[in-house]
Every structure is written in C-alpha cells, then in structure tokens.
Design a protein around this ligand. Structure first.
Ligand code: F6P
Length: 368
C-alpha cells in the first residue's frame, strides 16, 4: 500500500485540478492513501498538517472543470538549497509519504527528479542526525516520483500537448473574437500580445484559429526591415480586398534576428507610421491562464492522472523517473530527464540563434 502525494508547481494551468482529482481518486481506487502538498515546493519545505493533507474521494469533488490549482502553487527558493530539500525529505517521511507526483513545467519536473536522485543522501543524513529511526529509513529509502506536464505554454519536448494549453488557446480565441467586433466597427488594427514564455505555440495556433493577418513567434525571427515591410505588404493587401480589421498576434517571447524583443508597441508604431492605421494594443495577460478547463484538458488531465498513479505503482528503484505524455493521441510514459534535456536544448538553440536546430529539436520524434 503506497502513500502517494500530489503537488502542483510553476504557473497554474487549467486542468491542474482535474489532474489532482484523477490522481487522488485513482490512488484511492487502487488501495493507496492520497495526500495533497499545498503551495508547491514551498509547502513541501514548510511541511506539517497545514501543507501536507490527506485527501479523500470527496476532497476533490467538483474539481474536474475548475481553473487554477486548488492546492496552490508557489515559486520556492528554499527548495533550490540543500537544507530546503532536507526539510522536504523529513516532512514527507513524517507524513508517511513514499511517492510524489508533480504536475508542472520543465523547471518543476527537473526539481522533482533531482530530489529523487538526491533522496538516498538526504535520508542517510537524516538517519545520521537521528532525525528519523532505522525503521523509517528502511521503509522510506526509495522515493518514486512521476511528472505530469501542466503549463499553458505547450513548451515541453516529447509531448504533443501540455495540460492547460488548449484552454488557454480557447480563451485567447474568445478574446480575439471580442476584439474583432470592436475592430470591425472602427476599421481598426489591434496588436494582441499573448503568453507562452519562449515558445510560440499559443501565438501560432491562435493566429491560425482567428485568421490573424500576421503572427510573431520566437521561433521565426527576422530583421526589423524585413518583418515591417512584409507585414505591411500583407496587411495592405487584405485592406485593399475590403477587410475592415487587422489583427496581429505577438508572442510575448517574440524576437527579431538580433534577438531583441519585438514588442506590441514596436508593431503598432509600424502599422501607424507606414499604413496610417488607427491601432490599439491589447495585452491579454493572466486572463488567458484562468477560467475553466476546456473538454480536451479535462480529458488529458484525467487520463494522465490515472497513468501517473499506474507509473508510480509500476516503478522500481532502478526505473528512471517517468513523465506522462501524449503522443499521437496515446497516453505514454517518457523518461522525464530526456524530455527536460530536449526542452532545454531547444531553449539553448534559440539562445545560440540556431533556429533551424531549435525547430528540428522541437519536432524530434522520441524513440525509446
Ligand atoms: O509559464 C506560464 C506563463 O503564463 C508564461 O506564459 C508567462 O510568461 C509566465 O507564466 C507568467 O508568469 P507569472 O504568472 O509569474 O507572471
């Protein structure tokens, strides 16, 4: 009988609650005890009944559709320090937890894998300092972890979709539909900034789904003279055909060929100066991260929650930590650190201005 804890970490994403619900209920269904770690790694370091709470079937009632994360999330500097991880180890043992599922982005999952790798050293230190008994050492000497990927950015390698990305996309499309109505009335241009950190997935997909006139993404930088003349040529063509609106979507991580950020105001200035368009900027901000999860995220989070508990129950001290992914519509297990490594290589390739490499790495077919 395992005692499985679940934690959400990093930026919240719609579907995290559905993921926690599925993990809690699957754990209980399989005869395990389920625990929620509140406030992410920060709660794990603080420990005690306020932050580590046993969850039952009813605790997670009505969580399926709810946005955000009801068990909270936080940025935590203490967990980056050895003493913080030692406290976290002790708190987990005190609560009787021997397996941890983390729903978060690449940083959160790296932290989880590192914690697992360091666990034997941490637990030996606790025994040495007599903070735990020999019996506790024997019972908890292996920690199983598993990652599920929750992030609106859809920036993790080896999975086709992260939990929350489609909800965020739906919210962006809804907002652009609203903007279109007012843009149409005044024949205005709107420059809409969307989230995604260093990844252009949200901007690209939103651009396609709303028939935007132009899209800026970090993965396809060009010089200012290139983008401004090409964008204006397209926008002018659309206007000449009778289009009353102009929508330009800018990913928050958009950069030009010199790796300088392209801001919505840069784009607005070009539309005003070169085309004389009455232009407004809308930064969607956190509205695109909140609200209920769309059906796809509810399903993805639920199926991945079940798969995460199964992966924990199949895990051995030798198995590398798994990450639950979706590939070609199938829920699959990936080695967590491979996925994180590939994700980081994409970021590095972008930093090195090797965009072709970044795109080919992101498209890497994962082979076991
Ligand atoms: O990773 C999710 C995300 O929403 C990014 O798209 C964005 O860059 C960042 O988090 C915003 O972080 P914060 O909520 O801390 O402002």
């Amino acid at each position: 009988r395992r005692n499985i804890a679940v934690m959400t970490s990093g930026g919240d994403a719609p579907g995290m609650n559905a993921n926690v619900r599925a993990i809690v209920r699957t754990a209980i269904f399989k005869g395990c005890r389920a625990f929620g770690i509140y406030e992410g790694y920060s709660g794990l370091v603080k420990g005690g009944p306020e932050y580590i709470r046993e969850m039952n079937w009813h605790t997670v009632r009505d969580w399926l559709a709810e946005g955000g994360t009801n068990i909270g999330t936080a940025r935590c500097m203490e967990f980056k320090e050895k003493w913080g991880r030692l406290r976290a180890c002790k708190n987990m043992i005190d609560a009787g937890i021997d397996a941890l599922i983390v729903c978060g982005g690449d940083g959160s999952l790296t932290g989880a894998d590192r914690f697992r790798g360091e666990w034997p050293e941490l637990i030996s230190e606790l025994l040495h300092k007599q903070e735990i008994t020999q019996d506790q050492y024997d019972r908890y000497k292996h920690l199983n972890i598993c990652g599920t990927v929750g992030s609106i950015d859809n920036d993790m390698a080896t999975t086709d979709a992260t939990i929350g990305a489609y909800s965020s996309l739906a919210r962006i499309c809804e907002a652009v539909d609203y903007i279109n109505a007012t843009a149409n009335s005044h024949q205005r241009a709107f420059v809409v900034e969307v989230m995604g950190r260093h990844c252009g997935w949200l901007a690209l997909m939103a651009g396609i789904a709303t028939a935007a006139d132009w899209i800026f993404i970090p993965e396809k930088p060009s010089s200012r003279s290139e983008w401004s003349s090409h964008m204006c040529e397209i926008v002018a063509k659309h206007r000449a055909r009778g289009k009353r609106t102009t929508i330009v979507i800018v990913a928050e991580g958009a950069i030009d060929a010199s790796l300088n950020p392209i801001t919505p105001d840069d784009v607005k200035d070009v539309l005003v100066d070169k085309l004389g368009l009455d232009t407004r900027v809308t930064t969607l901000g956190h509205v695109q991260r909140g609200g209920p999860a769309v059906a796809y995220d509810r399903e993805l989070a639920t199926l991945q929650g079940v798969a995460a508990v199964e992966a924990i129950l199949d895990g051995t001290p030798e198995t590398p930590s798994p990450m639950i992914a979706i590939a070609e519509n199938k829920i699959v297990r990936r080695p967590l650190m491979e996925a994180v490594k590939l994700t980081k290589s994409v970021a590095q390739a972008i930093a090195d201005k090797d965009f072709a490499k970044a795109i080919s790495l992101r498209d890497t077919e994962f082979t076991e």
